[in-house]
Design a protein around this ligand. Structure first.
Ligand SMILES: [Zn+2]
Length: 251
């Protein structure tokens, strides 16, 4: 009898030790992995929605360089004043300035325990190059992951060209013509008329896609030729929820 109790206690001790060790080790491991994500994908592919879900459900952080520019201008910081002057002169904001503003933000505000998503960055090859160099030299503890959200042109065109928005500026609900509830062309939230945005017209969408694809190819070519891995997330036919599940599965 004593022998059996002895065995049981021994087993419990061994199992709990392994369990606690694994748990501690894992927690530590996860803490050490600092990740910065950037999503590539044509307008209408759902990049924004995916980032939003990652923030709300997984506790990721997201930083939009567009928002950061506007914030700096509104607060009239040094960099904000500089950017404002350049924009007012009708010139392009230099890549060094945008990238410097972003890396300053990361240094001061990024929570090292949370993966970070870059929204709207990099836009140019220059930004990609400066940022990659910066990470290598100053933040080698960060892993930079490039996710390419893949959707066929036809699917994107159908998504965008079929989009209907509420004309009530205070509502701006977004629908798709395939939804049964909007067949009458009336917003279900406020009763206003649904319209198709001018830049959602098919020819305009195709033109936007051409411009986007050309720029994206240049950026991805830069990353490929510099040894970065590009992870593809094929989302053909997937719902928002399924896209999120697929993203979670590659984390
Ligand atoms: Zn509405």
């Amino acid at each position: 009898m004593n022998k059996i109790i002895g065995y049981i206690i021994f087993t419990i001790v061994v199992v709990s030790t392994i369990f606690l060790y694994t748990k501690y080790y894992k927690a530590n491991d996860m803490k050490q992995e600092k990740v910065i994500f950037t999503f590539f994908g044509a307008p209408g592919c759902g990049k924004g929605t995916l980032a939003e879900q990652a923030v709300n459900k997984l506790g990721f952080q997201v930083i939009s360089t567009g928002d950061l520019c506007r914030k700096n201008i509104a607060e009239q910081t040094e960099v904000g004043k500089e950017i404002e002057k350049i924009i007012k002169a009708g010139k392009l904001v230099p890549d060094e300035l945008i990238t410097g503003m972003l890396t300053d933000w990361i240094k001061q505000n990024a929570d090292p325990d949370k993966p970070l998503i870059l929204d709207g960055f990099p836009r140019t090859k220059g930004q990609a190059r400066i940022f990659a160099q910066y990470l290598k030299e100053n933040m080698p503890e960060y892993k930079f992951r490039i996710i390419k959200i893949d959707l066929s042109e036809e699917e994107i065109v159908s998504r965008l060209a079929g989009r209907r928005v509420c004309e009530n500026k205070a509502c701006q609900a977004v629908y798709h013509i395939s939804m049964p509830e909007v067949q009458d062309g009336i917003c279900k939230k406020c009763g206003s008329k649904l319209i198709s945005r001018a830049d959602d017209k098919e020819e305009v969408v195709r033109e936007r896609l051409n411009v986007y694809n050309k720029n994206e190819k240049e950026l991805l070519d830069f990353y490929k030729s510099n040894g970065f891995e590009i992870e593809t997330l094929n989302i053909a036919g997937l719902s928002r929820k399924q896209v999120f599940e697929k993203f979670k599965s590659i984390l």
